[in-house]
Design a protein around this ligand. Structure first.
Ligand code: 2AM
Length: 192
């Protein structure tokens, strides 16, 4: 009898159930200095806009949101995503904002970044080729710093400069204190 068959009969103890799907997204994941700077901006915005601050270890910029993917397909996805021929680049995060419809307080860009858009486009192209569904709505680059924030007048904010040299695939684990994120794999961008 197979192990799972034995588990069903109660002859052996089964381990913790593995999730059938995982909630995934590609993201830019900050280095420690950038994370600290983003977290400082989060604290500052929180003083003005209230709400719930995102934990420092969760701060990221989503590139492509995949949503739930069968766990059995994740290894194939990790092996299939190819390096992207885009060099490391700088993001000047100089724009704060608050969206009343979902009460998110965020940090983003006053000027679009062509390189960031190319990176998102290249990832989307690969996912289409692999026939993996994703959220294809227009990409609005932002780092969520506050949730459930009432908002208010926008305070002056120091910009955060982020030297981007990699992107990651992340799995989200919902928990009582908010989502925890596992970085499953990192792809480096070419340094000049
Ligand atoms: P948000 O911070 O604006 O909510 C994990 O949920 C990450 O994916 C978050 O950064 C979230 O953005 C982003 N995301 C993008 N599209 C999403 C969607 N359709 N549902 C949930 N999260 C989404």
């Amino acid at each position: 009898m197979t192990e799972s068959g034995l588990a069903e009969t109660g002859l052996i103890e089964s381990g913790p159930a593995k999730p059938a799907t995982r909630r995934l997204f590609f993201a830019l994941w900050p280095d420690d200095a950038t994370r600290n700077a983003l977290n400082r901006t989060g604290k500052w915005l929180h003083q003005h806009w209230g709400g719930r601050r995102m934990r420092a270890d969760t701060l990221h910029l989503t590139l492509v949101f995949l949503g739930e993917l069968p766990a059995a397909q994740i290894d194939a996805l990790l092996q299939s995503i190819q390096d992207i021929p885009i060099g490391a680049f700088e993001l000047n995060l100089d724009q704060t904002g608050h969206w009343p419809h979902n009460r998110i307080g965020w940090l983003g860009l006053s000027q679009p970044s062509q390189t960031l858009e190319s990176l998102v486009r290249a990832l989307r192209d690969q996912l289409r080729t692999l026939d993996i569904p994703f959220d294809a709505r227009p990409h609005t680059p932002h780092i969520t710093l506050l949730r459930k924030a009432p908002g208010g007048a926008a305070p002056e904010c120091l910009p955060v400069n982020w030297g981007v040299d990699r992107f990651v695939l992340v799995a989200s684990n919902p928990q009582a204190d908010g989502a925890h994120y596992d970085v499953l794999q990192t792809w480096r961008l070419a340094t000049q």
